[in-house]
Write a protein that binds this ligand. Structure first.
Ligand code: HEM
Length: 487
């Protein structure tokens, strides 16, 4: 039985028993007539009752990373009791799940279900025909030309931010760059989405978003959080208050916009005007609310983290920062960057891409497998909880030599063409690929170019970056930096 590779002793015993009862002698038994046993990915030992949930919960990425290094890119882990999860991080696995057999994999995984109180049935969490219809409706809002119209909003917000840094620069104070980026991208999201500044008068909104996303992120790695997220605990009650505040704000904006019937040229106007090609129907208020909340949440923290980590990495690699500054100075010659400049700033883009390789804001991508499937030669049963991880895929040495090294040269067109497409998935892939990827890259490139042009940032002495695994990947203690403005 040469292909019996895992748990051999137990399997042999099982065969002998089974065939002995049927009256088949061992000599008649061949590989071809034995029933196939599931060939699961390797499974590390775990506590008989508690499984490995505690290790997983304490540090999901650290735990999964250690397993992948020890067992390879496919691992089966027992979370708790007989509840299993499948970690699949090879590019072929990503391609199979996100692209080739994507219909078998839904968003009904527990870590996504806990986001439902906030995101409802928006684009990130919905499935099937409903999702397809919504994606078709919303896609035009993310057309390149539409996003080009947001360029000035992005650069104006960034210029105002850099002007605001002047006081701290003169006093030699440190600034929390993580907070600055979060504020900036929230401002851009608020203005492009519904022409509103969420950072000033509506500061409460910003706080509610931050609390709700933090609370949900913490819940998403707790066992049974799907059931407990709505319990009236102090945190649960605060979550309800935060969500109802956001609901009220969004509803008010939608009501006003519907009443005035104005086209502000923002994403909300697009959502309200969107009509299904086949049925001609628009979205009801509940759906508009879910989509607005989804875009606000999916759109600002991710881009903010991309910028924060990029600035952190540049502070650690002055030679790369210098090369970037040279590109920006030569191409822009002191001008504010525009969308047209982006094609002439390739190194800026490579730096951002490499930062997203090392610190992909969406560091895990979860799915629930509907039917049994075979992925990378392994059996995956029905209803399996699947965890893919851009963070771990982006560190597989087979595709990324010296994976921990920050090296934007990995993103020259030649190098990109040599790698499998699914070795790099900061925006996911297949039909559920991020709808906002062009928006995000445009914003990140414009803001980074402006910062390099106008300021120099250096890390506060003694600061050690530490990962915080919330809904997105953030630096745990913010990013304290000293700023000097350039002449
Ligand atoms: C650097 C910034 C961003 C990163 C790293 C990022 C990452 C991702 C990833 C990995 C997915 C796929 C999730 C999955 O397959 O389960 C996704 C989906 C999505 N993203 Fe982004 N995203 C970013 C920016 C944005 C922006 C700016 C917006 C909107 C303004 C946005 C809106 C969405 C939406 C609506 C989806 C769901 C798409 C669907 O399932 O049809 N994202 N994003």
């Amino acid at each position: 039985l040469p292909d019996l590779d895992n748990g051999t002793g137990l399997h042999l015993y099982y065969y002998c028993e089974k065939y002995h009862k049927k009256g088949v002698s061992m000599s008649q038994l061949t590989v071809s007539n034995r029933p196939a046993l599931p060939h699961y990915p390797p499974e590390p030992p775990s506590h008989p009752v508690w499984g490995s949930f505690r290790d997983f919960q304490a540090d999901p990425l650290g735990h999964m990373g250690a397993l992948v290094r020890q067992y390879g890119p496919a691992v089966r882990i027992r979370f708790v009791f007989n509840w299993y999860g499948y970690i699949l991080v090879h590019p072929d696995h990503n391609k199979h799940i996100l692209q080739d057999n994507n219909k078998n994999y839904t968003k009904q995984a527990p870590s996504l279900l806990v986001t439902k109180p906030l995101l409802g049935n928006g684009l990130v969490t919905s499935d099937g025909d409903f999702w397809r219809r919504q994606r078709r409706l919303i896609q035009p809002a993310f057309h390149r030309q539409r996003i080009a119209g947001f360029g000035a909003t992005m650069t104006t917000a960034a210029e105002t931010m850099i002007q605001r840094w002047q006081g701290a620069a003169e006093r030699g104070e440190t600034l929390d760059i993580d907070k600055e980026m979060m504020r900036l991208t929230l401002e851009v999201a608020g203005k492009t989405l519904f022409s509103m500044d969420l950072t000033g008068e509506a500061e409460q909104v910003g706080q509610a978003i931050t609390f709700a996303s933090r609370y949900i992120a913490e819940a998403s790695i707790k066992p049974f959080a799907v059931y407990t997220i709505n319990w009236p605990t102090p945190g649960g009650l605060r979550l309800r208050r935060a969500i109802s505040l956001l609901d009220r704000v969004v509803q008010k904006i939608v009501d006003t916009r519907r009443r005035d019937n104005r086209d502000e040229g923002d994403l909300l106007s697009m959502l309200l005007q969107a009509r299904d090609e086949e049925t001609g129907a628009g979205m009801d208020d509940r759906q508009v609310r879910d989509e607005v909340m989804t875009l606000l949440l999916a759109g600002h923290e991710t881009t903010s983290n991309t910028l924060t980590w990029t600035l952190y990495l540049l502070s650690q690699h002055p030679e790369i920062a210098e090369r970037l500054r040279t590109e920006v100075d030569q191409v822009l010659a002191g001008r504010t960057p525009t969308i047209e400049d982006l094609a002439h700033l390739p190194y800026t883009r490579m730096v951002i891409e490499e930062a997203m390789r090392l610190y992909p804001p969406a560091y895990v991508i979860a799915r629930l497998g509907v039917e049994p499937d075979v992925v990378g030669g392994y059996d995956i049963p029905a209803q399996a909880i699947i965890t893919m991880s851009p963070y771990l895929t982006h560190r597989l040495p087979e595709f990324w030599p010296q994976p921990e090294k920050f090296d934007p040269e990995r993103f020259t067109p030649d190098k990109v063409a040599e790698r499998p497409r699914y070795a790099y998935i900061p925006f996911g892939g297949g039909p559920r690929q991020c709808i906002g990827n062009v928006f995000a890259l445009t914003e990140a490139q414009l803001v980074l170019a402006l910062i390099m042009q106008r300021a120099r940032l250096s890390l506060a002495p003694g600061y050690q970056a530490e990962l915080e695994q919330m809904i997105t990947l953030r630096p745990r203690h913010g990013l304290p930096m000293r700023v000097t403005l350039r002449g």
